[in-house]
Design a protein around this ligand. Structure first.
Ligand code: SF4
Length: 396
């Protein structure tokens, strides 16, 4: 348990992030913690690097909506002070908090207070002996660092741990976690460290974390992005929702990539919908489709959607057309329907459908098909042209 949040043992995978404020700035840090909580973080880590930070933690912990983890580097005294402040967990870096007696002292104190510790190994800050032994950060070196720390904890009969073996190199991180999962049952905290700014940072984080989660490895996670930490919390939450590992908490917007069939700017409409829907924060899947020819069918699994065509918006619920509205009103009508759908339920909203809407949509669909044909992207015409040109060349 990290405070009230269970980690491991089949409990839901939790999302973590870390504040970027000075921990001594109590109001600023709390404000960021609330933003992270709102974005989907279950647990938040704050640095505890000096006495002011430790005092800040004492003021932050009782007012935080989520359990707080203190991040400790170099100074065991800061770990003891953070425990005094009432944190729900410590993170120790075995690469820079190295004296066995100090580590055991912290473990003893954590044990007496019932506080867990994360052994947070980082490929960039391994113990110098491990660099010497392995030449560089290897999966074996990362795992050895974690197991050594674990052995020190065992000497004082402390085993309330979770472990991370992060690296910014994705294959290295994946391999290290795989090796670790073979040798320990301790909950694992996943992350690709120093992944950088989005979108590349998001891709690196997802490549590492999702690969392991798909193999059944990992109990809690953090994206390490060079961005507002709210982006980390959002990414963590969205990844778990996309993998079906956590229930949807907010919007899932799907949108077609658009093609020659569409008569609207799908990118613009989709971003307008996203902006408006995020204000409502409703846990539904909404589709924005460029045309009524294929849109409602392709997005039939969505709770709600809109498909454009003939200067109209065709509003559909679970693939069934329920209303046809003027194109300029399609976003506002979609938002209104989203709220009603959540308030009244799918059955009620399907029952309230405009009976003539499906017929009108069918006519629009037929007309669009007739005017643009089945080859709206002109692919077949182009293929014909290419064939003709190539045939002429051969003849020549
Ligand atoms: S066929 Fe219609 S729904 Fe599919 S990509 Fe093209 S515009 Fe979008």
């Amino acid at each position: 348990m990290v405070g009230s949040v269970p980690v491991g043992g089949g409990s839901p995978i939790s999302v973590q992030s870390m504040t970027t404020t000075k921990t001594s700035d109590v109001e600023g840090t709390l404000s960021q913690i609330y933003s992270l909580y709102g974005a989907g973080a279950d647990i938040v880590r704050c640095t505890c690097n000096d006495a002011d930070a430790a005092e800040g933690l004492a003021r932050i912990v009782p007012r935080s909506p989520v359990p707080i983890v203190a991040d400790i580097h170099f100074h065991y005294e800061m770990a003891l002070a953070a425990l005094e402040a009432g944190v729900a967990c410590l993170r120790l870096n075995p690469g820079n908090l190295r004296k066995p007696e100090e580590i055991k002292l912290v473990a003893r104190e954590a044990k007496s207070r019932g506080v867990p510790i994360r052994i947070g190994v980082n490929a960039g800050s391994l113990h110098p002996d491990l660099y010497k032994k392995y030449g560089t950060a290897t999966p074996e070196a990362l795992v050895e660092s974690a197991l050594y720390e674990l052995s020190l904890f065992r000497e004082v009969d402390f085993d309330d741990v979770k472990i991370s073996v992060k690296a910014s190199n994705v294959p290295l991180m994946i391999e290290a976690y795989r090796m670790l999962a073979e040798v320990t049952d301790a909950p694992l905290h996943l992350g690709v460290t120093e992944a950088g700014p989005p979108p590349a940072g998001l891709i690196k984080g997802t490549a590492g974390i999702a690969t392991l989660l798909a193999e059944g490895i990992g109990d809690t996670l953090r994206y390490s992005l060079t961005a507002d930490p709210v982006e980390e919390a959002k990414a963590g939450r969205q990844l778990l929702e996309a993998l079906g590992l956590r229930e949807r908490q907010g919007l899932d917007l799907i949108a077609c990539p658009s093609c020659g069939r569409t008569e609207i700017d799908v990118i613009k409409v989709a971003s307008e919908v996203q902006k408006e829907m995020e204000k409502l924060n409703l846990p539904i899947q909404v589709a924005v489709m460029g045309c009524v020819v294929n849109g409602p069918g392709e997005a039939r699994e969505a709770d709600l959607g809109i498909a454009a065509g003939k200067h109209k918006g065709h509003l559909f619920i679970k693939g069934k057309i329920v209303r046809v509205v003027p194109e300029q009103d399609m976003v506002s009508e979609l938002i209104r329907e989203a709220q009603r759908l959540v308030d009244e339920g799918v059955e009620a909203r399907l029952a309230a459908a405009d009976e003539s809407a499906a017929r009108e949509a069918e006519l629009d669909r037929a007309e669009l098909l007739a005017s643009k044909g089945a080859d709206a992207n002109n692919s077949e015409t182009k293929v014909e042209l290419i064939r003709k040109r190539l045939a002429n060349k051969e003849d020549a």
